[in-house]
Each structure stands twice: as structure tokens, then as C-alpha cells.
Design a binder for this molecule. Sequence first.
Ligand SMILES: C[S@@+](CC[C@H](N)C(=O)[O-])C[C@H]1O[C@@H](n2cnc3c(N)ncnc32)[C@H](O)[C@@H]1O
Length: 226
Amino acid sequence: MSAGCNTFEAVKALISSAHKSCTAREKINFYNSWAENYEQDVAVIAYHAPNLAASCISAHFSGDREAAVVLDVACGTGLVAKQMKTFGFGHFVGIDGSEAMLKLAQDSGLYQDLRQSMLGVEPVPFPSDSFDVVVIVGALSVGQIPVNVVREFCKSAKPGGYICMTTRSNVDNLEYKAALERELKQMEHEGLWTCVEVTEVQDWERAVSEHEEGYISGVVYLYKKQ
Ligand SMILES: C[S@@+](CC[C@H](N)C(=O)[O-])C[C@H]1O[C@@H](n2cnc3c(N)ncnc32)[C@H](O)[C@@H]1O
């Protein structure tokens, strides 16, 4: 596909092909090949999850935003940090499995530190209790970050810190979403965190699978570490 002229049909075909990648390594290879066109392509499907997550965090965060250290998990090219910066946050650390996505995040100039890590296979490469905010957008779904890794995100946050996560609610992702919600509730039951907000969003992004039309829905979850 040539840069700057992607139609919805072309983007739909591309993303549908990625949803068929089953292993994390296949997904990362897909992101390596997609990195250069990622931002313009997600704009075509009206992807605004980074803004929804940033708004949710902003609505609840009452500390010093410039000083707060934000861990952007699966940071991709940097869309989440870009949105959070508009809400006054200024210190970002990123993790991603894809070298090519990380290169673009580096070029954005938004991050103080970037690390490559294949989550689910490798650990979060930072000490526990380090971050005021941990945010994960667009990577909690089948073939990407396994559900049990959310425990590591909670560990990475400081006590009293926020953990913001998003997932899709469309048919292909319902099984993953149910498993994720079981884990989130179980962790609340264990006293690891408390639920601050769960927001279901109808017009999450444009549908790209063969059996869906219009917009699919999605969810933003916000938890506070105990
Ligand atoms: C849809 S993009 C989202 C990027 C960014 N958060 C955003 O909202 O634009 C998903 C990102 O997750 C990364 N990713 C997927 N599975 C991963 C894994 N197991 N470990 C680390 N990164 C992963 C991909 O490389 C990709 O950059």
C-alpha cells in the first residue's frame, strides 16, 4: 500500500489479515511491517481509543501532571502519549514488542525511555511500584497481550497509582474480554486494586471484520492500586 492514500477497504483488508495472526510473534511481525502507515491507517477507521483513555485518566488524576511518570504499555508509535500530553502529562516511558513501532515512538520525542519487550513472554522491564499511571491501549486482545499480564501492570504502578486499560467489545474479542473482566474482578477481590470507572463506548472504531458493519463498541477500564 502506498503512503497517504489508503481507502477504508484497503485498511479493512489489512487489519482483518492481522486479526488472523494467532501468535504474539506473528502479531509483532505484522506491526513491524505496518509501523510506517499505522497512524494514517488508524485514522481511516476512526480509532480514537488513545483519546478516550487519556480523557478518562485526566478526569480522575488529581496530582502533579508534569511530574507524574506514565508507563505507556504497547506504546506503538506514541498516540497515547500524544493525547496525554494535551491533558498536561509530561513524563512518558514506553514498552512495545515491535522494533519498528518503537523507532517511530523514539522519533516522536515524547518518551524519556523506551524498551522493547514481548509481554507475556518477557517481564515488564521496570521495578515494581514505579509509575503514577500505567496505560495500555489497543493491545489487550487475542494474540496480543495475554490476560494474566495485567497483574504485572498493577505491580508496576505505585500504591495509589492508576491503571487504565482498553479492549474491544466486538464478536471476535468477546472471549478475551470475558477472561479479562474475570481477572480484573479477581484482582479487586484480592485487594490489589479498586475499580474507579468502566465506560462502554458504542462508536469505538469502524468495524473491519467481514461479519460486522458500522462501528464496533469498546471499553475503557480505570483501576486504582491499593
Ligand atoms: C493497536 S497498536 C496500539 C498502539 C498504541 N497503544 C495506540 O493506541 O496507538 C498495538 C501495539 O501493541 C504492541 N504489542 C502487541 N502485542 C504485544 C506484546 N505481547 N508485547 C508487547 N507489545 C505488544 C504492538 O507492537 C503494537 O505496537
